[in-house]
Design a protein around this ligand. Structure first.
Ligand SMILES: C[S@@+](CC[C@H](N)C(=O)[O-])C[C@H]1O[C@@H](n2cnc3c(N)ncnc32)[C@H](O)[C@@H]1O
Ligand code: SF4
Length: 232
């Protein structure tokens, strides 16, 4: 399998210590992507080495998180990692763009938690990230919601020049999830050079926006580099 390596994290799975595996490759090119070096290629890593790392860490981790890149590009390897993690009694989480609804179905039996980006209102994907996949993401959301054992977090990275407050309000009316997180855009590593000078949105602006959509979504969080994750 091709990866961008692994790390141990205390923030990628709420309240748990997790091993995060970064899978290489992604069919999308979100202008703000901070993992751009992983989109085309990764380091060839035998599956058994990744399973070995999970086994060696299993005494002190609670969960395995598969991120990337897009984990569902390497579907078979992702399934093997999820199954193995569950066999060791670990929680599992997958970060995805939601662009592959049919593949999502195949991981749900081994996935406790999906964090799925809602990158734009469903009818504005092409305009905002350049790929017209809104319908796929909507379908993925419906499939995950049909599986009562999988927790669904929807999340949007708020990039001031790409999105506006009305877009977030439209998203809040279109989605159905266990929790919605507004994430602060950071410009330290971005795919599109034009975003290098775009400042991170102010945490107070994000919190005000989150309060405005809370009556619709009920459970809303804001994630910023200044304050970490805050429930609104
Ligand atoms: C790199 S993506 C990998 C998983 C999957 N491909 C996706 O897009 O959800 C993981 C998370 O990083 C976020 N992200 C990407 N670039 C970012 C940036 N410049 N600032 C803040 N978050 C960013 C994405 O929105 C997503 O929630
Ligand atoms: S943010 Fe996710 S979906 Fe977008 S290009 Fe990066 S890895 Fe792919």
């Amino acid at each position: 399998m091709e990866t961008g390596g692994t790390l141990i994290s205390s923030v990628e799975y709420n309240g748990k210590i997790s091993l995060v595996i970064f899978m290489a490759h992604c069919p999308l090119r979100c202008p703000y992507c901070h993992n751009a070096e992983l989109l085309e290629t990764g380091e060839e890593t035998p599956l058994k080495d990744i399973l070995g790392i999970i086994n060696d860490s299993s005494d002190y981790i609670d969960a395995v998180v598969i991120s990337g890149g897009e984990p569902l590009v390497q579907l078979d390897n992702t399934i093997e990692v999820l199954k193995y993690s569950k066999s060791l009694g670990l929680k599992t989480k997958v970060d995805t763009s939601g662009c592959y609804p049919e593949r999502i179905k195949k991981i749900l039996n081994f996935t406790d938690y999906v964090a799925m980006d809602i990158k734009a209102p469903f009818n504005k994907y092409k305009e905002i990230i350049g790929s017209d996949i809104g319908k796929n993401v909507e379908k993925s959301m419906e499939i995950i919601n049909g599986n009562q054992n999988t927790f669904l977090e929807c999340r949007t990275t708020y990039v001031p020049t790409l999105l506006n407050h009305e877009d977030i309000k439209q998203i809040s009316r279109e989605i159905d999830c266990d929790v919605y997180t507004l994430q602060q855009f950071r410009n330290n590593n971005v795919l599109d050079e034009n975003l290098k000078d775009v400042k991170s949105p102010n945490p107070l602006e994000l919190k005000k926006l989150a309060k405005e959509i809370k009556p619709i979504l009920k459970k809303v969080k804001v994630k910023t580099s200044e304050f970490g994750e805050e429930c609104i």
